[in-house]
Design a protein around this ligand. Structure first.
Ligand SMILES: *[C@@H]1O[C@H](CO)[C@@H](O)[C@H](O)[C@H]1NC(C)=O
Ligand SMILES: *[C@@H]1O[C@H](CO)[C@@H](O)[C@H](O)[C@H]1NC(C)=O
Ligand SMILES: *[C@@H]1O[C@H](CO)[C@@H](O)[C@H](O)[C@H]1NC(C)=O
Ligand SMILES: *[C@@H]1O[C@H](CO)[C@@H](O)[C@H](O)[C@H]1NC(C)=O
Length: 178
């Protein structure tokens, strides 16, 4: 009797550990995604140098850019390098403008992105060039200052909570079976 009980206990325990591992593997890539509010508190606006804004940041595949601006004035157009440099919005590659003045651009390809505002604002500096990188293999090697400079942590916060609940459930299961 005693032996049977122990065996089933350790069987359940190893299952719990496997579930725990599965959670960690699933959660870690999502936990690193960042939604960048372009320009920080200034948003997508005149009087911001977006080269300076972007220069200390790392953009990874899976992140998003979030453009907050006056929908009656500016817009969000993806262009190629030549048109970024010359502020030409006639041949835009993608119109990310939805009309709400709140536009999200998914950075889902590892490449350079060139985004400008049309309507003349590009000439005043409303132009953003970024390089999107693949995620670095060990997540713990990501420098902390980069995370603290990330303006919105909603995506991270939303993933941490289920993880905490999952770990809590695992602990309950652990004590119940033991
Ligand atoms: C950007 O597009 C314009 C117009 O289609 C083209 O003339 C130019 O060569 C392109 N530049 C690059 C870097 O692809
Ligand atoms: C981009 O799309 C928005 C929403 O559909 C539209 O109002 C706007 O005119 C478009 N801009 C350009 C430059 O095509
Ligand atoms: C990236 O996102 C855009 C817009 O949602 C989508 O059209 C495109 O298919 C996506 N590309 C990849 C490689 O997932
Ligand atoms: C932004 O700052 C960079 C580096 O200081 C400078 O080279 C660039 O000309 C500035 N861009 C604008 C639009 O002022």
């Amino acid at each position: 009797m005693e032996v049977v009980r122990r065996r089933s206990g350790s069987g359940c325990l190893s299952m719990v550990v496997a579930i725990m591992c599965a959670f960690v593997v699933v959660m870690v890539p999502g936990a690193l995604a960042t939604r960048w509010t372009v320009g920080g508190n200034m948003g997508w606006n005149t009087n911001v140098n977006y080269t300076v804004w972007a220069q200390d940041k790392h953009f990874y595949n899976g992140d998003w850019l979030f453009f907050v601006y006056d929908r009656n004035q500016m817009n969000v157009l993806e262009v190629n390098k030549t048109d970024y440099e010359s502020c030409n919005s006639d041949n835009f590659l993608h119109n990310w403008t939805t009309g709400a003045g709140r536009d999200v651009v998914p950075l889902n390809v590892t490449r350079n992105y060139y985004i400008i505002s049309g309507k003349g604002f590009c000439y005043g500096g409303m132009k953003l060039a970024i390089h999107v990188e693949n995620l670095p293999p060990p997540p713990s090697s990501t420098p902390l200052d980069e995370k603290s400079s990330s303006p919105t942590l909603t995506s991270r916060g939303m993933i941490v909570l289920p993880m905490v609940l999952a770990i809590g459930a695992v602990w309950d299961a652990f004590f119940w079976y033991w």
